[in-house]
Design a protein around this ligand. Structure first.
Ligand SMILES: NC(=O)C1=CN([C@@H]2O[C@H](COP(=O)(O)OP(=O)(O)OC[C@H]3O[C@@H](n4cnc5c(N)ncnc54)[C@H](O)[C@@H]3O)[C@@H](O)[C@H]2O)C=CC1
Ligand SMILES: O=C(CO)COP(=O)(O)O
Length: 317
């Protein structure tokens, strides 16, 4: 099984570095720039040199001769990327390596792939992992979700390494929801910590945020077990507790009232908007998501958002 990673941001580069410890891997970038010469992605993942088995190219036709393609572009860019390259991607195993819900459709990456490239076998690789940890070969466990279990088994074998352990599921819906929704809750947690509301408040937001994740997943008929696994609870834990997370860091800036670089990829911002819309359309009660959407759209300030959450009617857990 030959592998190429399409998209050379931090995560795509880290995956390509990690997988090339198993055998040859192609990393495709729109603008390969000096990466091939420098043998390093200095813009997105500085300090992580490329192994010899990693080949960098900006030739998509060449990269897509691999039979397994990992797509690591941000969720809101995925449809455009697929549409632009539909012919080359037809009939392939396409593994989404992004976390989010598309604003225009309210669906996740697996559904977007199935919609644009119906002949492809879509899958998703998701779970708790920072790009830098993966690139350094630190121990990591992720979820590989593919509705076709036989193909899922092949992908699990090929994409696991000595330090990157993949667990398998056929519940693509649960896996993509966990990865998308935890980012929204991480923004909420970062905001609380940035505003000095304390670690007890963060624990409350994580727990009640997880309840929101489960509520939406149940509504969309995802398996609750998936949400309790690496792609849900696991990634929620990592992202809500680490300043390495861009979602958490955006929240910290909002809580502190400090500026944040708008060019940073923060998937939870668009996903908060998409999920808030989904909740409204389906009469679902997702108050933390609503608060994050309100903060991001400047409809709410932090104090008002927190007061609103605390003043909700008391209920059973
Ligand atoms: N950075 C991390 O630690 C992790 C990131 N992820 C996920 O990986 C996805 C990508 O994030 P990062 O790599 O961190 O972002 P990044 O901001 O480092 O890179 C995004 C890359 O996508 C490329 N890109 C954007 N639109 C494109 C298009 N139409 N065609 C080709 N390339 C395009 C950009 O040029 C850039 O290289 C996100 O969904 C993120 O949630 C998942 C786990 C860990
Ligand atoms: O998804 C991630 C960790 O699992 C990376 O988080 P950020 O996108 O918030 O940096």
């Amino acid at each position: 099984m030959s592998v190429a990673v399409l998209g050379a941001g931090a995560f795509g580069t880290a995956l390509a570095i990690s997988l090339s410890r198993n055998g040859p891997v192609t990393l495709w970038a729109r603008d390969a720039g000096d990466m091939a010469k420098q043998r390093e992605n200095t813009a997105r993942l500085a300090g992580c040199p490329f192994p010899d088995a990693l080949f960098v190219t900006d030739d998509l036709a060449y990269a897509t001769t691999a039979d397994t393609l990992l797509i690591a572009v941000p969720t809101q860019k995925l449809r455009g990327f697929l549409n632009a390259n539909a012919t080359a991607l037809a009939g392939k195993s396409l593994v989404a390596c992004c976390k989010g819900i598309e604003i225009s459709t309210g669906t996740g990456p697996v559904s977007v792939i199935a919609d644009v490239i119906p002949t492809a076998v879509p899958a998703i690789l998701t779970g708790p992992s920072f790009a830098r940890d993966i690139a350094r070969g630190l121990p990591t466990a992720l979820t590989l979700a593919c509705t076709d279990d036989e193909i899922g088994k092949h992908l699990q074998q090929r994409l696991s390494t000595a330090n990157l352990r993949l667990y398998r599921t056929t519940d693509t819906s649960g896996a993509e929801l966990g990865g998308a929704l935890k980012n929204v809750i991480a923004i909420a947690c970062g905001t609380a910590m940035g505003a000095g509301l304390g670690e007890s408040a963060r624990a409350a937001l994580m727990t009640r945020g997880f309840a929101e994740m489960q509520r939406l997943a149940a509504h969309l008929r995802a398996d609750p077990q998936t949400l309790a696994g690496l792609s849900g609870f696991g990634d929620l834990t990592l992202t809500c507790t680490s300043q390495q997370s861009r979602n958490y860091s955006l929240g910290m800036s909002m809580g502190q009232g400090t500026p944040f670089d708008p060019s940073t990829t923060v998937e939870g911002a668009a996903t908060a908007q998409a999920v808030h819309q989904l909740a409204q359309d389906n009469a679902l009660d997702l108050p933390i998501t609503a608060a994050v959407a309100g903060l991001l759209e400047n409809r709410l300030d932090v104090a008002t958002a927190m007061r609103g959450l605390l003043a909700r009617p008391l209920k059973e857990e």
